[in-house]
Design a protein around this ligand. Sequence first.
Ligand SMILES: [Zn+2]
Ligand SMILES: [Zn+2]
Length: 396
Amino acid sequence: MTGCGGRTTVVHDDSLVAYDFGPGHPMSPLRVDLTMRLAAELGVTGPGGLELVRAPMASADLIGTVHTPSLIETMERLGTRGGHDLAHGLGTDDNPVFRDMHVAGAHVVGATHEAFRQVWSGESVHSASISGGLHHAMRDRSSGFCLYNDVAVGITSLLDAGAQRVAYVDVDVHHGDGVEQIFWNDPRVLTVSLHESGRTLFPGTGWADETGGPDAPGTAVNVALPAGTGDGGWLRAFHAVVPQVLRAWQPEVLVTQHGCDSHVEDPLANLLVSLDGQRSTYGALHDLAHELCGGRWVVTGGGGYAVVDVVPRAWTHLLGIVAGRPVDATTATPEGWREHVRLVAGRAAPYRMTDGRDAAWTPWRGRSTTWLDQAITATRDGVFPALGLPPRDPTL
Ligand SMILES: [Zn+2]
Ligand SMILES: [Zn+2]
């Protein structure tokens, strides 16, 4: 029990590191291992912190609530016999085929689905699946390192259980295109994605005028940020859009994806956000879950390819906030963890849990014509009216 008013959990098994595209692929499973070790050493997991819940394997039937039989059968076949199937996005540079890839993908789905079940059943007030957040996978196609869309399976399970208003917020540097597309025309699911513009980054979608299908106007919110956006701009955009649309939506449950590839040191993208900036959005989303959803909050990881320097610290901060016991930014990283990093990665680990930034930002005022403010204005003009919000009122 924490100040959050209920049990807080993280769904994890060490065997989730089997989700591994092989040496040289950016999404090294080491990032999950180093995160869970750092969180344990700082007391974020264990007694007084997050309780560890084992991650079940998802059945093909559960995966089939979102994905086509053809994708699932292909994943199973390639994972035992090898080969490739470009129509399903498998055997590409992004998604190379590996042994038992269906099992690895199904395990991530099982972990995230359990986090959703924990929160919806009331067994946990907040629950995290740090291996999850595979937001690019489409119904019939794997994409962008994402085999199955664990988040979409989790949201579908809430809808099947009777949820009427689910909100999904995705702060990964890439557009959350798979989750958006899967619920594009579903009036029960609001998807919000804050990302680097598709002009400069995969997958090339996520524009302000993408606002939902004909039966679900205003249920997709996209903020396409210019390359080079740092803490101040990223937080300004977040605070000019995310709280407003969530308050208008009044969700029963908040689902968030925390890809930390917006970081300045991430090798795959071009934003300049710091750990301290990322950490402040974790706190803001936590507060919104309590304000709007009675605390019901499902949390996933996502992208993040600075495997040693960024991901473990970012997601340990995230888990600390999920636990209701935030890690002070000035904390030193534990010597035992640094030694483990030296052993497995052959390099020095970061010494502190901060980048030394103050995560300051100034509010959007609606008058500036910088590229950043134009992007924010485009989003507000594009989607706020459909949500009953005045797009140009800077106090909202
Ligand atoms: Zn809480
Ligand atoms: Zn990403």
